[in-house]
Every structure is written in C-alpha cells, then in structure tokens.
Design a binder for this molecule. Structure first.
Ligand code: ADP
Ligand code: MG
Length: 348
C-alpha cells in the first residue's frame, strides 16, 4: 500500500494552489484555546489574554540547511517544526501555534509534499501546537520552508539571554554532539551509495546519533521540569549552532565571562565511539557541532541542590566577571579561550 503510493506522481499543477493548500491542511485540527481563527481567512486570529506573546521564525533552504539525498521529507517536516519550537522553549514559554510557508519547484510531486506534511502533522500533534496558516508558492529549483512558531508566557516566566550573573552555574539539558556525528554517518553513507548504489548501509549501531540528526526533539519538557524543581533560569538559549557559540551569546548578552569544564560536557557513548571511528575530537564536536536543540541555561548558585544529580541536566561550568573572558578548562587543566566557530551558514 505504502509502496504503491510512493510510485504515484501527481503533479502540483493538477491541483492548483488552492487545491494543494486544502489538500495539505484539511486533516489538521485546532486544539489550542488561544486559536480563535486558524487556516482559511486572510489572517489567523489568536488571543493570549494577558500573557506575553512569543514569536520566532526560521527559513530552511534545500542545499543550504538540508540535503534531500539523506533527509527523508517526512523527517524534514518534523525537524523544521522542532527547530522553531526549540526557540520558543528557550524563552521558557509555551508553544501554541505554527505557520508553514513553502516554495516548491515542479520537481516535487504532490506525494512528496504530502510526506513533508506528514512530518509536520506528527510534530504538531505530539507537541500540541495548531497549524494556523502559511503561504504556498512555486520556486524555480529547490524546496524552501519557512516556519513561524508562536507561544506565550507570563512576563515573570520569560527567560532572556541577558540575565546571567557572575557565579551563576551553567547547565545543559540532554547530551551534545549527537546530531553532528549523525550527519557524519549519513554523509559517509551517501558517498558509499554513490560508488555502489546496491550497498545496504547498516545504520543500526548509529541509530541514536542518526536520529538526533534526522528527528531531533525540542525540549518542551524542561520548562515543566524547572517549574517542579522550583528553579527559574537567569538566562537561557537553545543549542542550534554548537555549545561554544551559544555560551558566547549568553556571555555577550549578559555581560559576563564563563569557565566551561571539558570533563563535564555530557556525551552519549554512541557519540564517543563515533568520534573515535571518525577520528574527531568529541569536545570539538560538542563545542562546534550544532543542531542538538538542547537547552543551555544559567541558574543561581543557591539552586545547586535542586538540580544536582538530575538525569536530564548537567552542570558544565559557571559564569565569571566579564573581564575574565570565556574559557574552556581542559581535562589537562589548560585554559583555552572559547571561540564561536559555530555552524555558520555563510561559510562556503
Ligand atoms: P492569501 O491569498 O491571503 O495569501 P492563501 O490562499 O495563500 O491566502 O491561503 C489561504 C489560507 O491557507 C490562509 O489561511 C493561509 O494562511 C493558509 N495557507 C496557505 N498556505 C499554507 C501552507 N503551506 N500551510 C498551511 N496553511 C497555509
Ligand atoms: Mg498566500
């Protein structure tokens, strides 16, 4: 059944723009109380009553941000939503709505765009956000996706990048470097496939890191966890570009320095073994890899006991006076200045 469907190729022109929008969006239902009007009018109408509204948007371009030769469209749809929800959660806010805008070339049949929307639907379902609008247009070559995520928070709950103070503890959720190593595995398989199209890659040993790359999860759970622990971060950011560059953002916005301890950086065993196999330094991967979508935040020293030993959170350093700068303290106790190598989309 699924196989048959894959071989069908309905051209987008057959449906027309309105037919396509209707076809893609008619199975989405609205669940958020704040959604007054969703898809179907000139604009969506939202009502957050006395809450602050939080908005974030991202643009993803084929060949720049994703490669369809190893990124299935369904995963791409899912990940595009995650990337945006992650920004809302990084404000300590609740995500409630998304809009999805697409530019599609006629290289894509309807079935491909359906797959993309299956991923979007999976994400909106799981994270309980309403799809309330978007735009659909054609492109001359590739695929372009822009998603806007909307959410809310009480003003007292919002956490900005700017609130860290010297001596605050630096904390990260989950583990780092997986998405980057997953990408290395997928790129290697792509090269093998080019040489031998009949090769059947065994990705099983790499399933955790491949999943971190193809199907990341935004940390919706962290706001609730912190609330339960009665901890409000002093500053927060999500890790889209790599730990190093995100730490420097917090430092810059908060006007503080930082000591990050290499031996505290949380790494999954699969990341460590993949780094050994690819002969890459795991610390460099965590610092510069990006796309982990974990949350990085600072807390007051007095909250140490509340988060100590929590399996979801790791204390990886502390903030300092701005004059001390931002450093990595290596396992050998050497101090190295942190630099923002990050994931720079302007790099050639
Ligand atoms: P307009 O001419 O005002 O731009 P459209 O015909 O583009 O209106 O869109 C009609 C409705 O469908 C609007 O509610 C719009 O937000 C929604 N919409 C358009 N494209 C998409 C899409 N790709 N995904 C979700 N909703 C969409
Ligand atoms: Mg439109």
């Amino acid at each position: 059944m699924l196989e048959d469907k894959k071989q069908e190729r309905t051209s987008l022109e057959e449906l027309g723009e309105f037919g396509l929008i209707e076809h893609l969006t008619n199975s989405f239902s609205l669940n958020q109380k704040s959604t007054v009007m969703g898809i179907g009018d000139d604009a969506a109408v939202l009502n957050f009553e006395n809450k602050q509204t939080v908005v974030s948007t991202d643009l993803l371009i084929e060949g720049v941000h994703f490669d369809l030769s190893y990124m299935p469209l369904k995963h791409l749809g899912y990940k595009s939503v995650m990337v945006n929800l992650s920004d809302i959660y990084a404000m300590n806010a609740t995500a409630t709505q998304v809009t999805v805008s697409l530019a599609v070339s006629n290289r894509f049949p309807l079935e491909a765009i359906e797959e993309l929307y299956q991923g979007i639907a999976l994400a909106t379902d799981k994270y309980k956000v309403d799809l309330v609008g978007g735009d659909t247009t054609s492109s001359t070559t590739g695929l372009l996706i822009s998603i806007t995520a909307i959410g809310y928070a009480k003003s007292s709950e919002l956490v900005y990048r700017s609130g860290a103070k010297p001596n605050d503890l630096l904390v990260v959720s989950g583990d780092l470097g997986g998405a980057y190593m997953g990408l290395q595995v997928l790129e290697r398989e792509k090269e093998v496939f080019k040489v031998n199209p009949n090769s059947q890659p065994d990705l099983e040993p790499y399933s955790y890191i491949v999943e971190r790359q193809l199907k990341p999860e935004a940390r919706k759970d962290i706001a609730g966890l912190l609330e339960t622990l009665k901890v409000k971060p002093t500053s927060m950011i999500d890790i889209s570009d790599g730990l190093s560059s995100e730490i420097l953002h917090l430092c810059k916005k908060s006007n503080v320095g930082c000591n990050l301890f290499e031996d505290k950086i949380p790494l999954d065993p699969t990341v460590i073994s993949a780094c050994e196999e690819f002969k890459i330094d795991s610390t460099m991967v965590a610092l510069n890899g990006g796309e982990d979508y974990e949350l990085l935040f600072t807390i007051d020293q007095k909250d140490f006991e509340k988060i100590k030993g929590n399996p979801n959170l790791t204390i990886i350093g502390h903030m300092t006076e701005v004059s001390e700068g931002a450093h990595l303290i290596t396992r050998g106790n050497t101090k190295i200045e942190l630099s923002a190598q990050g994931w720079n989309s302007f790099k050639p």
